[in-house]
Design a binder for this molecule. Structure first.
Ligand SMILES: [Fe+2]
Length: 239
């Protein structure tokens, strides 16, 4: 035997995992992302056009490579009680294809908080679930795709992402970023690396957003999510 053989554990792991093309519901979900980032408008913005292209080119390459799919243990959070309603709303509007594709995989989603320190109230009203990225379920190094779900009447505090360019695409519900506008299903909002943003959601319905993160692979595998201390909190902590 030569020394170049793959250690048995690693070989076993990869061989046992199903590939994307053997899991049609996951493939169709990724194709919904691909179509959105290919056919949606950039609204005349060169930055948004470049971002759309980065996302869809990376995603097309991932799909073509037919990556392994990790089966993650499904995890629910208090906010996932609102997911059924969010999908119902999504299926009535411009994002119906995405909402239907997400419904097909919802039983296999792990909903997470991400932050080391999460305000208690936010833990009741927010969670996200990745569908593609370094941690899977669809494995990719250069891109993260996922969904974030908010209960009605939620404030997602100010935060930014180091080295990561982020876009949200609205699937269901109405929401606002930095008090600047009200976004309806189908809207795309781009946050460049370091851009501070704070989200508020409408008071009647949950809000479901699809998101894409592009950035260096080392940052995507350890994004170090932190909420930005507000001026009031900084003053209270003497910083
Ligand atoms: Fe963000």
């Amino acid at each position: 035997m030569s020394d170049t053989s793959i250690p048995p554990a690693a070989a076993e792991t990869n061989e046992n995992l199903p590939r994307l093309k053997e899991m049609p519901d996951w493939l169709y979900l990724l194709r919904e992302f691909e179509a959105l980032y290919r056919h949606g408008s950039a609204g005349g913005s060169a930055s948004i056009r470049a971002h759309r292209k980065r996302v869809r080119d990376t995603l097309s390459a991932v799909i073509a490579a037919n990556p392994p799919i990790t089966r993650r243990e499904p995890v629910t959070r208090p906010v996932t009680a609102h997911l059924g309603r969010a999908l119902d709303l999504g299926e009535r509007g411009a994002m119906q294809g995405m909402a239907r594709a997400l419904r097909e995989v919802r039983g296999g989603l792990a909903w997470e908080y991400g932050y080391e320190k999460l305000p208690k109230a936010l833990a009741q009203k927010y969670a996200y679930s990745e569908v593609l990225g370094p941690q899977g379920p669809v494995r990719a190094d250069q891109l993260i795709l996922g969904f974030v779900l908010f209960a009605p009447n939620t404030t997602y505090p100010q935060h930014s992402h180091r080295d990561i360019e982020e876009s949200y695409i609205s699937v269901a519900g109405a929401w606002s970023e930095n008090d600047a506008a009200v976004y309806a299903p189908g809207s795309l909002i781009l946050n460049k690396p370091g851009d501070e943003h704070r989200i508020t959601t409408g008071d009647q319905d949950p809000c479901l957003l699809a998101y894409a993160w592009v950035g260096p692979s080392e940052r995507l595998s350890a994004p170090g999510m932190k909420l930005t201390a507000t001026r009031k909190a900084r003053a209270a902590n003497g910083i």
